[in-house]
Design a binder for this molecule. Sequence first.
Ligand code: AMP
Length: 286
Amino acid sequence: MHTIDRISQLRSHLWQAKLEHKKIAFVPTMGNLHEGHLQLIDRALEESDLVVASIFVNPLQFGPGEDFNGYPRTFMSDQEKLMSRGCHVLFAPSVGEMYPTTNLSLTLVSVPHLDSLLCGKSRPGHFTGVATVVTKLLGIVQPDVAIFGLKDYQQFLVIQQMTDDLCLPVNIIGAPIARAETGLALSSRNGYLSAEELDRAAQLYACLVSCRMALEAGETDLLKLEEVAQCKLETIGFKRDYFKICRQNDLQAPTLDDNQLVIVAAAYLGKARLIDNIRFTLTCRV
Ligand code: AMP
């Protein structure tokens, strides 16, 4: 595996592969890699001849008071994991390499109808930071496909919309959520939790599953279901952010005709803000 920290070096390295018409897959990450990230690498290997992963903790997507400085940085072990999983190139630029002029970007990319709700409401500017850095990374790597985890479902929709609207020549693929045996979605931020909090954290997924079962059993009062789940989470010790039943395609409240649904949730536990979701097709509506 080649590890590269300069944009110009990455471009010359990928030039030969492009001349040979090799298919390139790209997996952007912020590092502190776990099995969820590595399954994106597996998917990228299936989709391409050459896999490029990136590790970049993007300051632009962190708000004031968020965990940018404390975000876990485990570069050496990440490098090992990527290498043993078969990744071909690791791009790990510095903040100065990505944002040379001002430490931030002078050009911003935003997807207004998606980026101001749910996580965007709790983290103003977050998705603009994500869309901007992903646009830059796609411009640098110029992959044929890019793989994103469906764990960050709103992020996945933002990126799909952004690449469609800007006519970026890349196919965006969503990969399934990797979970611990307890059901807890794997996340770098799970490292902020104590062993006892980790046990409780699994209840976030349990609440998503119960809500889906209630919908499948014919419950139509969505606000009631959302409130029941929020109260349950609070009883367990979570601080509420949101718990919403939405349409899959635009994260709006579903009408009775919508059956492609996603239940999305975010909640604080100890020092961590956890997010998760469950997507499904509702077959029975009473
Ligand atoms: P991050 O390093 O948190 O920015 O995540 C990098 C990529 O890994 C994003 O596309 C995430 O959606 C994806 N990812 C993180 N956790 C998981 C997970 N548990 N399952 C699947 N994909 C994940």
